[in-house]
Write a protein that binds this ligand. Structure first.
Ligand code: NDP
Length: 284
């Protein structure tokens, strides 16, 4: 069997078309959706992510503002900027690009963002709402994965889902969304004893680890849906996922590539959250 490849670029383009219409409607009502992005330091990967997010805003008509601070900026200065953006009616989403330099307490910074503008969905209040099954903002990467599954008409009810990785950004919210969709969910992490035992049971396997090609074809159940969240740079400069695509695609029924799978969906869901937030602001 050779798996069908889930094209995140194509689905993103389709979703962005409808987001562009929603943004235009809101703009016509005098409430153009606005996203503020804060970048601290000179991490090259973060610079690329921020640039891509700003560019994506332009493609759908979302207003964007970028605030860059040098790596040695005192946290108070960034917190002051967040407070100003919280009060700015032009801004409906605030995003602080992680990781932050060591003098920052990341939780303190994320909690400083108004929960109503927390389009990344990292604020404790929004994590709590998601855990209760009543989300305000869903973190963009797991949200993108759910959209991909839904676009393929995959029902999760009663399915065995295995998530590899338990981070606050991907693994945990992914788990909560799969539970809400009535899958039976197993979460694996660095202390899991026999990883392959679990992954081989998965009807839907989500890899979010950050280790190049660690999930090989022999760890995949025949016919499984394989979602590769990992983004790893190989020594030759090429990107690859956490799944060994070549061997896994011979076993799976559906698989996401890296690049071109979950990555573009993450940015699209950031736009969706920003527009959703502007919608709520316009309705007030
Ligand atoms: P983290 O480093 O925060 O978390 C990695 C998780 O993997 C941890 O829970 C860790 O376990 C687990 N892990 C580590 N080693 C193993 C192992 N040998 N077996 C099983 N589990 C293991 O990473 P993130 O969640 O932030 O990101 C994961 C990957 O996804 C990265 O490659 C990142 O670049 C990518 N990513 C992609 C995005 C996209 O848009 N496509 C967005 C965000 C991230 P433990 O908790 O025990 O340490």
């Amino acid at each position: 069997m050779t798996a069908k490849i889930l094209d995140g670029n194509a689905l993103s383009a389709k979703l962005r078309e409808s987001l562009r219409h929603r943004a235009a409607e809101l703009t016509a009502q005098g409430c153009q959706p606005g996203l503020a992005v804060i970048l601290v330091g000179e991490n090259p990967a973060s610079q690329v992510y921020v640039r891509n997010k700003i560019k994506a805003c332009e493609t759908v008509g979302v207003h964007s503002e970028k605030y860059e601070f040098p790596a040695d900026t005192p946290p108070e200065k960034v917190l002051k900027k967040i407070a100003a953006l919280n009060a700015d009616p032009k801004i409906h989403g605030i995003l602080v690009q992680l990781p932050l330099p060591p003098q920052f307490d990341e939780d303190e910074v994320l909690e400083a963002i108004s929960a109503e503008k927390d389009v990344d969905g990292f604020h404790a209040e929004n994590v709590g709402l998601l855990a209760q099954g009543n989300p305000r903002f869903i973190s963009c990467t797991p949200y993108g994965v759910m959209e991909m599954l839904s676009a393929e008409g995959i029902s999760l009810r009663g399915k065995e889902a295995v998530v590899v990785g338990r981070s606050n950004i991907v693994g945990k919210p992914m788990t909560l969304l799969l539970i809400a969709a009535s899958a039976t969910v197993t979460v694996c992490h660095s202390q899991t004893r026999d990883l392959a035992f679990h992954t081989r049971r998965a009807d839907v396997l989500v890899a979010a680890v950050g280790k190049p090609k660690m999930i090989t074809g022999d760890m995949v159940k025949p016919g499984a849906v394989v979602i590769d969240v990992g983004i790893n740079r190989l020594p030759d400069g090429k990107l690859c996922g956490d799944v060994d695509f070549e061997s896994a695609k011979e076993v799976a029924s559906l698989i996401t590539p890296v690049p071109g799978g979950v990555g573009p969906m993450t940015i699209t869901m950031l736009l969706a959250n920003t527009i959703e937030s502007a919608d709520r602001a316009a309705g007030k």
